[in-house]
Design a protein around this ligand. Structure first.
Ligand code: LLP
Length: 424
């Protein structure tokens, strides 16, 4: 049985493996719910982006919001990647994982003064500025600390990435970026502000994009702007083309990273911009297909309208189905030679929205293990504590080796830092 999209996740006989480790064995050792990642899959994903950029001045900045666990970040530090961050918390995390601040780009519409100060202090490569108001604050913060902020403007190319409305970001109606129309003026203002050095241009049009077309449209709009900005005498050194490349959850057929990069580089060269440094900010495509979430079946609950398969993972562990109606593959960690039954796979949380998959044909019994596939991106990093549930443990696998990279969160950790009122 082949599993859509997943790399290094496959059945051997009736048993599901991540690389050379059986998921059931890992679950027995570390408990469930348990995230299991293939480090080889992550390394291969990084090198697919890097391969196509070889021979050019480039930096692949892993968008760490997709999965910010330290050992995942460390894997990409070792692969030579840079990082795209969106908060002071992500900055501290990536520094703790050993990243070089000079390979970090700082995105996001709501950077605080304190975040800017810290990013300037450690010397990040670039601030991707999203508004004129932010530019003014950054100029003030940089000047006050006697430092210079390298900036690129995130421009909004107003192209439709053809993706889910919640994860589409390059339309005029989105909160992101500076409008195409305003961009030249804002660059001129930026160049005149103290503490600001114009370094590049940036765009990101959405996530889970499965075609090259929207990227080329956005690129053309960005290159038009580069020409217009440079006609004013300013220089833009780098082009940051964002992230957004989709993965296969079911039957999507996104381009491979190297095919996408090649198509974009070809257009960049044709239009005479081949001398520029190229940055990308991929998140999902670096980690999405590298992970599974293993969960134990607690109860089977047959019903008149629906059969429910109640598992020990819930929307706090993996929110994508509840939040975006996302479809994620769910398979048994050991195949049974029994007729499948159609179930809604749901968690223990007291919400009807707490589901992982609907109408799934599964041959399972209580006590069996299921795996949610393609759960490496936007799953653990979006996990929470609703219903006072501790976050899952995580394991990294490489070949037959496995390491616990995050301990299961214990109940007492959930209320650490809280205080009872004094007795009155
Ligand atoms: N750069 C910027 C400025 C971004 O906002 C994002 C993602 C990325 C890069 C990385 O995009 P990727 O390569 O991962 O598509 N939670 C949603 C996805 C939200 C994406 C937010 N921005 C999900 O689970 O589908």
């Amino acid at each position: 049985m082949t599993l859509p999209g997943s790399t290094h996740v496959a059945y051997r006989g009736d048993t599901l493996f991540v690389e050379d480790c059986s998921v059931a064995d890992l679950a027995k050792r570390f408990g469930t719910p348990l995230y299991v990642y293939s480090q080889t899959a992550m390394r291969e994903a990084a090198s697919a982006w890097q391969r196509a950029l070889a021979g050019r001045d480039h930096l692949v900045c892993y968008a760490m919001k997709a999965n910010s666990s330290l050992a995942v970040l460390q894997t990409f530090v070792e692969a030579g990647c840079g990082f795209d961050i969106v908060s002071g918390g992500e900055l501290e995390r990536v520094l703790a994982a050993g990243a070089d601040a000079r390979k970090v780009v700082f995105s996001g519409v709501g950077k605080t003064r304190a975040e800017m100060q810290r990013a300037l202090q450690v010397g990040v490569l670039c601030f991707n500025v999203e508004s004129e108001a932010e530019l003014d604050v950054l100029s003030a913060v940089a000047s006050a600390s006697g430092r210079t902020a390298r900036v690129s403007l995130r421009v909004n190319p107003d192209v439709d990435a053809g993706t889910h409305p919640y994860i589409s970001t390059g339309l005029k109606a989105n909160k992101f970026g500076v409008s195409h129309e305003r961009a030249v003026d804002v660059y001129r203002r930026a160049a005149a502000l103290p503490g600001i050095e114009v370094a590049g241009i940036d765009c990101h049009i959405g996530s889970q994009i499965t075609e090259i077309g929207p990227y080329l449209d956005a690129l053309d709009r960005v290159l038009d702007l580069v020409d217009a900005v440079e006609a004013t005498g300013l220089r833009l050194h780098h082009l940051d083309l964002g992230g957004g490349l989709g993965i296969t959850y079911t039957d999507e057929t996104p381009p491979a990273a190297d095919a996408l990069v090649e198509a974009l580089l070809q257009r960049i060269d044709e239009r005479g911009h081949g001398h520029r440094r190229i940055l990308f900010e991929p998140g999902r495509s670096m980690v999405g297909n590298a992970g599974v979430l293993a969960s134990e079946v607690l109860y089977l609950k047959p019903g008149e309208a629906k059969n429910f398969c109640i598992v020990d993972a819930a929307m706090n562990d993996l929110v994508r189905p509840a939040m975006y109606q996302a479809w994620m593959g769910i398979v048994a960690c050991r195949l049974r030679n029994e007729a499948p039954v159609t179930y809604d796979v749901v968690g223990p949380i007291c919400e009807s929205g707490d589901w992982l998959g609907r109408d799934r044909a599964l041959a399972v019994q209580a006590g069996d293990l299921l795996a949610v596939l393609s759960a490496g991106a936007y799953c653990m990093s979006m996990a929470g504590n609703y219903n006072s549930r501790g976050r899952a443990a995580e394991v990294m696998v490489a070949g037959s080796q496995s390491w616990l990279i995050r301990e299961r969160e214990q109940p007492s950790e959930l209320f650490r830092g809280e205080r009872l009122l004094p007795k009155r």
